[in-house]
Design a protein around this ligand. Structure first.
Ligand SMILES: Nc1ncnc2c1ncn2[C@@H]1O[C@H](COP(=O)(O)OP(=O)(O)O)[C@@H](O)[C@H]1O
Ligand SMILES: [Mg+2]
Length: 369
């Protein structure tokens, strides 16, 4: 069974909702004015207040509500005659009360929505900054020393070569120190990569749809702010995988943020993201993030996952590198292909929990001869 749904629609951008709301408000005003005061048409203004929440912030909702109250009072005076009686006044008062109460409730809902959105944005931000920031800071710190030594020895080497006659023995020693420090830097990076792979994990049997849903709810704000239509196609009855929930969320977050960033340059209205989970032909779980952004060039496909490879002015180029470390530490694979007609598809697989590792089987086979 496949759960297929447009997960999120971007908030309506065109001014359709405000126009419809205004027409409806005018309709209610006319109906309220032509009918007698004993018919409480003005209660319908609560619909206008509710609709305004779809396109207004708090201040706008208050203005709309005040407008509805003014229209109610206006049609009261237009309709009121000496014979209208007390019921008319009570009806009108009740209408005003209903508008006031609805406004109060809508404002409260709006406030909690705003608070929740900023909390989500905060969590997404913290998750991103801590992992990427920590890793980058430690790499920068550790690699800086051998790099400085390379520069110093390079300068020394040039100076020895510049002597008349050149001091080749000293120059050679300086060049050797350059090579040593280069190797040291590359060892450090290798060690950090190992560390990232082997950082203590809390692997548990889990359904991949759970971290997918959680990360979608964390990124909702960014997805909506970028006016992206998000669709999900999460397969039911997927095999469980043995995974570290947090690390897998990190992978998903990286892929989703990349998709959002790739689409920030595409024309609005055609920003589509599809996140899907399925079982592939080997019985593994396959997760796909598909976007309609700028896309990928064939010649860069194998470099995307390299550390520090980025095409963004402020990019760190670590998102996909970290994602690959994590997926491979889960015995999975990750790759990217161009989407048609445009955009990118980034996919990763995770073996079903309990499935025998084919590499181990191959090793046993070789060992047995
Ligand atoms: N969905 C995508 N669409 C287009 N290009 C992408 C996508 N995902 C990744 N890339 C490319 O891969 C590069 C590396 O991505 P990443 O490792 O996450 O680093 P960063 O996002 O910091 O640049 C990006 O700079 C971009 O060029
Ligand atoms: Mg990235």
């Amino acid at each position: 069974m496949i759960e297929r749904q447009p997960y999120l629609r971007p908030t309506i951008n065109a001014p359709i909702l405000p126009v419809v709301t205004a027409i409806l408000a005018a309709g209610i005003f006319i109906a309220d004015t032509v009918t007698g005061l004993e018919i409480a048409v003005d209660v319908l203004y609560v619909v206008i207040v509710l609709m305004s929440a779809g396109f207004c912030q708090k201040r706008g909702i208050i203005v709309v509500s005040a407008g509805c109250m003014t229209l109610t009072v206006l049609s009261f005076f237009l309709t009121f005659t000496a014979s209208s009686g007390a019921a008319a006044v009570i009806n009108d008062g009740l209408g005003l009360l209903a508008i006031g109460a609805t406004t109060y409730l809508v404002l409260r809902i709006k406030s909690s929505e705003v608070a929740m959105q900023s909390a989500r944005a905060e969590v997404a931000h913290i998750a991103r900054v801590t992992t990427l920031g920590e890793l980058t800071a430690s790499i920068a710190h550790e690699v800086n020393q051998p790099l400085a030594a390379i520069v110093t020895n390079g300068n020394a080497c040039l100076r020895w070569l510049g002597h008349n006659p050149p001091n080749l023995r000293e120059a050679r020693q300086a060049a050797e120190r350059i090579v040593d420090n280069g190797n040291r830097a590359s060892n450090i990076i290798e060690r950090i990569r190992e560390l990232a792979k082997r950082s203590p994990t809390h692997k548990e049997r889990l359904n991949i749809n759970k971290p997918i849903r959680e990360i979608i709810s964390l990124t909702t704000t960014e997805i909506q702010q970028n006016r992206i239509s998000l669709h999900t196609q999460l397969s039911g009855g997927l095999p469980l995988v043995l995974g570290d929930q947090i690390q897998l969320q990190q992978v998903l977050l990286n892929l989703i943020l990349n998709a959002i960033e790739a689409m920030s340059s595409t024309a609005e209205g055609s920003r589509e993201m599809l996140i899907s989970s399925a079982k592939n032909e080997f019985g593994d779980v396959l997760v796909t993030v598909r976007d309609s952004g700028g896309g990928l060039e064939a010649k860069t496909l194998d470099r995307l996952f390299d550390a520090f490879y980025t095409t963004k002015p402020n990019g760190m180029g670590m998102g996909l590198a970290i994602s690959r470390s994590i997926v491979e530490a889960h015995d999975g694979q990750i790759w990217a292909i161009p989407n048609t007609p445009r955009g990118a598809i980034v996919q990763f697989t995770l073996p079903a929990a309990g499935k025998k590792d084919p590499r181990l089987e191959a090793a046993v086979f070789v060992a047995r001869g």
